[in-house]
Design a protein around this ligand. Structure first.
Ligand code: ARG
Length: 282
């Protein structure tokens, strides 16, 4: 890693330590109560990710973990950030995750953000899970929706509240293994990695026709390569923090001048997340 360079995006992120992280319930097909987390290993992996950010010159804000809210580590789902405002998520799994929201709200307010509760704007039965289902790609905001988490109404309303509806793309997610957009789609500068099988046929068509995309293999997809974190450096080069990619994908990325920073997030994979889920860009 070239340490003399600094990240220009993101310049700061919010993370939550895995003090109470475990598999207390099963709300996606990756979670199995009988496959428990090794707490020591989870903490080591989380600290290693935090250190990578800090070594890149990225400031890491943290918020205190709360007992019996094991998925608070996945700060990407806290909300959607725009204009110093956070649109706080309205989770599909109310019993399991909605109680995280007041803790995130307090933290964001302390950081100087205005907050809005997505729940207020949504009809019953509609959901929006923050940056798990909303990723910026240049001037465009790409949203994911489907029957797994955020709904089409949820993402449509969110884009309207954020005032980005004219520069939004809505992609339908159809494979339960890739229940959030950030598990199967990853913009890195000019292009985006994506796993075609995760998307409905029309969404896949939109992606392939209108955008500069690089298809990844199922092997890389199930290894949550799309949940890696792209970092833009001050010389406009990119680094990509990611779990071990296949040799083929590594070659493609390196040819594009992207430096791969490998990070093992195996303990978080047991809950259906990797590096990007553990991070929200501020
Ligand atoms: N166990 C968490 C859930 O199912 C994982 C969330 C992963 N977050 C993400 N941004 N993809 O809600």
């Amino acid at each position: 890693m070239r340490l003399n360079m600094k990240a220009i995006y993101p310049t700061s992120v919010l993370m939550c330590p895995p003090d109470y992280f475990d598999i207390e319930y099963e709300i996606n097909i990756h979670m199995h109560k009988e496959v428990q987390v090794n707490p020591k290993k989870a903490m080591e992996q989380w600290l290693a990710l935090k250190k990578i950010y800090e070594d890149l010159g990225i400031f890491v804000e943290t918020l205190e973990a709360v007992k019996h809210l094991p998925d608070m580590v996945f700060t990407a789902n806290a909300g959607f950030l725009f204009d110093k405002t956070v649109l706080l998520s309205s989770f599909k799994h109310i019993k399991e995750r909605q109680k995280e929201v007041p803790h995130f709200e307090k933290k964001f307010q302390r950081l100087g953000f205005k907050t809005k509760q997505m729940k207020r704007y949504l009809p019953n039965g509609d959901y929006f899970e923050g940056h798990g289902d909303a990723l910026r790609w240049g001037n465009t905001t790409v949203f994911g929706y489907g029957s797994h988490r955020s709904t089409l109404t949820g993402v449509t309303i969110a884009s309207g509240i954020a005032g980005v509806e004219e520069r939004s793309v809505f992609l339908q997610l159809v494979d339960p293994r890739f229940y959030h957009l950030d598990t199967c789609f990853c913009p890195i500068g000019e292009f985006a990695l994506y796993y075609p099988g995760a998307f409905g046929i029309n969404s896949r068509d939109t992606l392939e026709r209108a955008w500069n995309t690089v298809e990844i293999s199922e092997e890389d997809a199930v290894n949550f390569v799309c949940n890696g974190v792209p970092i833009q450096m001050d010389d406009d080069s990119w680094k990509f923090i990611v779990s071990k990619p296949t040799a083929d994908l590594r070659e493609i990325l390196e040819k594009k001048g992207i430096e791969i920073i490998e990070h093992d997030a195996s303990e978080f994979k047991k809950s259906g997340g990797n590096q990007r889920c553990l991070t929200i860009f501020l």
